[in-house]
Design a protein around this ligand. Structure first.
Ligand code: PLP
Length: 233
């Protein structure tokens, strides 16, 4: 983030952090979402801090921006029926806020459990060359919204997990430049080979605070027994 912030300062740009998967994550001792001019959090139910329905928040230390965001989320109203801007209805439902304010108290504990689970997965895959595990830089704190490995035989591993009724997912299968919605930009397959390659190798393993050691062992065994096999054939 420091080089990004530096670049933005040099060129008079705003930095808006997408911290949707980063509740409690840190960069050089500072919380994700507080590094730029504004930070955006998603409280979609599956997130580290999840509501019971759709919810999200923007945080900022900039008073002017704060006022503008407040207006934008409420049909651009500066006060009732006085529309200063063209905004949207992005008000958070009070029931979601009530749930979130209780769940917030448990976020740190839940993040610590996720970190323990990640450590256990990392240990289980330590000797397996075909499985690349997430990397946590020494200046950062990862909160493992997902625990994504990279494995060349991704589709075989995925099939094996599914056969064992183990939930897994690909985050994300189609890079942005190949999305239908971005077709007008004119990119075709091969334009961003690194992103395309990653989209074929990523696999997110089960990751949530309530996972047990036995469950992680079972998942890791299924992955380890399948990874590398395709490469040998
Ligand atoms: C990185 C990232 N950004 C943005 C979003 C969008 O969040 P929401 O669906 O709450 O608007 C998500 C949700 O999955 C996300 O993971």
């Amino acid at each position: 983030m420091n080089p990004i912030l530096e670049f933005a300062r040099m060129h008079g740009l705003f930095v808006i952090e997408d911290a949707a998967q980063a509740h409690g994550a840190e960069y050089k001792g500072r919380k994700a979402g507080t590094l730029g001019d504004a930070g955006c959090f998603s409280f979609y139910p599956g997130k580290n801090l999840g509501a019971l329905g759709e919810a999200g928040a923007v945080v900022t230390n900039d008073a002017e921006l704060w006022k503008k965001i407040q207006m934008l989320r409420d049909h651009g109203q500066a006060r009732k029926y006085y529309h200063t801007l063209a905004g949207w209805n992005c008000r958070m439902d009070g029931i979601q806020a009530a749930v979130l304010s209780i769940k917030l108290r448990h976020l740190e504990e839940a993040n610590l459990l996720r970190r323990e689970h990640a450590w256990q997965y990392n240990q289980a895959f330590a000797g397996i060359d075909d499985v690349a595990t997430p990397f946590e830089a020494n200046y950062a704190r990862h909160v493992y919204h997902v625990y994504a490995i990279r494995v060349q035989e991704r589709d075989e591993v995925r099939r094996r997990l599914e056969e064992n009724e183990i939930g897994c997912a690909v985050h994300y299968p189609i890079p942005i430049h190949l999305q239908e919605a971005c077709r007008n930009l004119g990119y075709t397959a091969g334009a961003f080979p690194v992103a395309e390659n990653l989209a074929e190798e990523f696999l997110s393993l089960p990751m949530f605070p309530e996972l047990t050691e036995e469950q992680i062992e079972h998942v890791a065994r299924c992955v380890s027994e399948t990874a590398g096999v395709g490469a040998l054939v």
